[in-house]
Ligand binder design. Sequence first.
Ligand code: PLP
Length: 405
Amino acid sequence: MIDVNYIRQQFPILNRKVNGNPLVYFDNGATTQKPKRVIDSIVNYYSELNSNIHRGVHTLSREMTIEYENARIAVQKFINATYAHEIVFTKGTTDSINLVASSFSRAFLKPGDEIIVSEMEHHSNFLPWQNLRDEKGISMKVIPLTKEGELNMEAYKKLLSPKTKLVAIAHVSNSLGLVNPLEEIISEAKKHGAKVLIDGAQAVPHLRVDVQKLGADFYVFSMHKLYGPTGMGVLFAKEELLEAMPPYQYGGGIIKSVTIEKTEWADLPNKFEAGTPNIEGGPATKAALHFVNEVGMGNIAAYEHELLTYCSDQLGMIEEVEVYGNIKNKAGVISFNIKKTHPFDTGTLLDNMGIAVRTGHHCTQPLMRHLGIPGTVRASFAVYNTKEEIDIFINGVKKAVKMLL
Ligand code: PLP
């Protein structure tokens, strides 16, 4: 059980009006709003702790290094990684995937090796692999989708072979909210000795994730979609892989020693964190996870499921609306269009009513092409949303139907 009023009080932005109406924020898949403790942690950092981390002997630097490393431990516990040094901080999901594409490929891939992705991937989990194909001669195979947009698992199994070195797949689709069958995806990949990267950007805000239980080799996400700061991403990778992979970027902070002849890399995870990081993102990350843990991931999942069902049922009753990805196992997201209209028009009309939704291809153009549409209207939920907001949204969609058709 959650107390949604108590939760809402913690998000200052939810008090503001948009176009004369109370804000209804249903664009959480793009980024969530931030609770006061996250905002306060950033103010506190600049008021009390501002210093560079890891290499200072002075008090501020030592204090802040501990704060930053405590954030790593908080992430480790949140996803149940074995070691804190299996958590690499990056700029976000995109940065984490680019790190793996660059570093894993240099350590492990040669021309002719194969990577498998799917047709539903966010461009962030598509372009880095396509680029490896075009620049390095690595083959990229794409799992096709069913009519509803689910992964065609039979086709996936046929794509796997001893040449498959990596399967890179979303945990939850950002455009349709479909939850992919990770257990089967991972166990099939392992039969062929392939590593697996899971793009968890749209999963960690809605589901409990245990990387040890999953058995994924890489799991990536962005804190800004999880009530946390922008510029703070997570790459979880198994220790033995990080040990074997070369640095992604080169610069300060990643070395044990440098001579003109050679360099010895720092221990994990510092080898992968060149340059000054998003320091204030450390305490802000810890504060965001504190918020999520306090509410409870199980409670968040159950409550959001209620919201999703409530909204889907009502949208489904509007004859002029087409809902995409209409299957049971979904998290956080509903995608739809008012038939024969462009999603931008619906989005603009809803915005006039103070309702924020996302419109367009959601950085999944191959998926949109599969569905035969230019884009969708996407409503995505967070734990501070309410059924009353969904009522406002459904009324808004009905008004838009009248205006557009
Ligand atoms: N992957 C998925 C599934 C996403 O939904 C997103 C963002 O919407 C990303 C990757 C990219 O995340 P970021 O822009 O935080 O790097």
